[in-house]
Design a binder for this molecule. Sequence first.
Ligand code: GAR
Length: 217
Amino acid sequence: MARRRVAILISGRGSNMTALIEAAKAKDYPAEIVLVISNIAGAGGLAKASDAGIEIATVESKPFGKDREAFERKLHDVLVAHNIELVCLAGFLRLLTPWFVKQWEGRMLNIHPALLPSYRGLHTHERALADGVKIHGATVHFVVPEMDSGPIVMQGAVAVHDDDTPDTLALRVLGVEHRIYPDALRLVASGGTRLENGSCKTGNAGSDTALIVPAIT
Ligand code: GAR
């Protein structure tokens, strides 16, 4: 089967982008990363993508000011010009309009550093620590107009440690992000997901292993 053509949208360092690029090197991976677009000129991830031999583009959002849709029309044109089939947001720090989301409905994924629907928005690790939760994690989901919502494709959980700071917790969650984003894209690109009444079915039972924190030994 032809590999699905994927674009990754970034605003920053692009570590999730790198995880996707690495995974897509596997011969049996059902998607190829054909384009990386940043809305910020000089974003760190652009050089990494270019070094990996991926075509890069910058569509700056700043000149468009409050006219989000005008920015998105330009972005959309670039995606269409490259025959993109699936879009992965990877640290893309722009709120998207319903118009853009509609163009990519069921074909756009995002990764969020929390176990949604908990901790939508910013500062997820700080807020999880303030609440004293024992399990935290990351979520890959289809993008819908509401921020950090939409059918969940895959989640990964980590233990929260007593002595965690937002930085140490972020690092542990990031390790999970780098595992689940490539796996979630594999699932979606290979046709292994089905959207049903606003939720995503994966036909996959997953593991029976429970993550229990703290573990009493
Ligand atoms: C990641 O932790 C991602 O989950 C988060 O930004 C970081 C980007 O890092 N995204 C969000 O908070 C979106 N709501 P990266 O550029 O190294 O992939």
